[in-house]
Design a protein. Structure first.
Length: 317
């Protein structure tokens, strides 16, 4: 288990538990009562720690390397998944995974950003930062979903769109804007889930949905705390202050009306009980799709448009 900086007291207790279990295995000692007491302490400490996380600490949890990623959710929730590749313009972008499959009996289109779990997969998926061809692939899949009347599920987990020269030369800004437009014009239900980081336009490109869900310890913001600190303070040393000012937590965004529902994570975060987290998100997605069952395309487009226009009006107020 990879422990975060603020989890050091928890790490020490769990280390003691491992030592006691090792002694018991090797010497025939019965120390079950002592282990149980330490486990109770760990549980209480996890509860108290995660009940009062600061925005900066939530950023760390959202980026935890053991947190379930897009492909983990697809493998667990989507059966008969058939990936579709390429944007039919330039090439394939592995930062965005998309295709057809079945979710609890429904035929669906799934689109998500994959960060990767180790060095090889992170490089292969470009750390979840898509290039224009990734967003054009998303547009193609959204149009396919509208053509065949298939609901869309999107899984958002990116620090932001790839900022390289090549991406800018191929029209990164236009590709993101067109993806947002395609989401707004889709004639089928779209449910989006922020499963880790929701970074800037790179996230909004596939998160302009009828229902936006967000895991309890995920983040969603117009810029990373480090980027914000660099612009405002000319240094990343104020990233914690930036995280608080950005109001990037699920709780803040629910209050602001940017997201529709917070999906609670197990005590200690999604990285501790991955299967439980995936099941909880699956249930929330199922509920969201059920709530839009039978709505025609025109109604969906009108309500989606009103949803995002009203956010702008609240901001002006």
């Amino acid at each position: 288990m990879h422990f975060l900086e603020f989890e050091k007291p928890i790490a020490e207790l769990e280390g003691k538990i491992d030592e006691l279990r090792h002694l018991s295995d090797g010497g025939g000692l019965n120390i079950a009562d002592e282990v149980r007491k330490l486990e109770d302490k760990v549980d209480k400490l996890l509860r108290s720690t995660y009940a009062k996380l600061t925005p900066a600490q939530k950023v760390q949890v959202a980026r935890h390397p053991n947190r379930p990623h897009c492909l983990d959710y697809i493998n667990a929730l989507i059966t008969d998944f058939t990936p579709l590749a390429g944007d039919r313009v330039f090439g394939e972008d592995r930062a965005i995974v998309g295709g057809l499959g079945r979710f609890r009996g429904r035929s669906v289109v799934v689109i998500g950003q994959e960060k990767g779990h180790d060095t090889d997969t992170r490089i292969r998926h470009n750390f979840g930062s898509a290039k224009p061809e990734g967003y054009r692939k998303s547009q193609r899949l959204l149009e396919l979903a509208s053509r065949f009347n298939l609901p869309v599920i999107t899984l958002v987990d990116t620090a932001g769109a790839y900022p390289g020269v090549g991406a800018e030369e191929r029209g990164q800004a236009e590709a993101i804007a067109k993806s947002i437009e395609t989401c707004l014009r889709a004639r089928v239900p779209i449910v989006s889930a922020i499963i880790g980081e929701g970074g800037s336009g790179g996230a909004i490109a596939i998160a302009t949905a009828d229902r936006v869900l967000m895991l309890e310890h995920s983040i969603y913001s117009v810029i990373s705390p480090e980027g914000c600190s660099g612009i405002l303070w000319r240094s990343n040393t104020n990233a914690a202050d930036a995280a608080a000012a950005l109001r990037l937590t699920a709780q803040d965004l629910k209050e602001l009306g940017v997201i529709d529902r917070i999906v609670m994570e197990p005590i200690g975060g999604a990285h501790r009980r991955r299967e439980e987290t995936i099941l909880a998100l699956g249930n929330a997605i199922d509920d969201s799709l059920d709530s839009m069952r039978g709505q025609d395309g025109g109604t969906l487009i009108a309500r989606r448009r009103e949803k995002y226009l009203s956010m702008g009006q609240k901001g002006l107020g």
